[in-house]
Structure formats: C-alpha cells, structure tokens
Design a protein. Sequence first.
Length: 81
Amino acid sequence: METFAITLTVLLVLTLAMSVGVLMGRKPIAGSCGGMSALGVVKDCDICGGDKTICDEEQLKKSTVEKAAVEDLAYEVKSKD
C-alpha cells in the first residue's frame, strides 16, 4: 500500500507540474521547418527541402483542412414539411 501511495503522489505531482506549464502559456515548439531553424540547427527540412514556399503552402493546406473540419462538425436538419 505504501508503494501505491508513493506512486500516486509522484503521478499527481507530475500532472500538476505539466498543468502549470500549460497555464503559464509557454509557446510550443513550432512546425518542422520553423522549429529546426528556430533552434539554430542547420539542416534541410524533410518536407520542404529548404524551400520555404513549400512549407508555407503546407501550412496553408493544414489550416484550410482544419477550418473545413470545424465547419463540418454541425449541420442543419430541415423538416420534410
């Protein structure tokens, strides 16, 4: 029972620490191209191969798909009258 109490306490402390990190609003690591260059790592991106326009297009596609998914979450039901 003692091991269970210690394990539960550690789990709760870690969960609380992660929650505080989210509440503080720290910026998450950015996308694959921006994230690597922001870290100072000089390496070609596997997605865009170093061409930033391809990364911009991929981000635009992603945002368009996410917007469409949100709009598809609801629909109007019309009566047959």
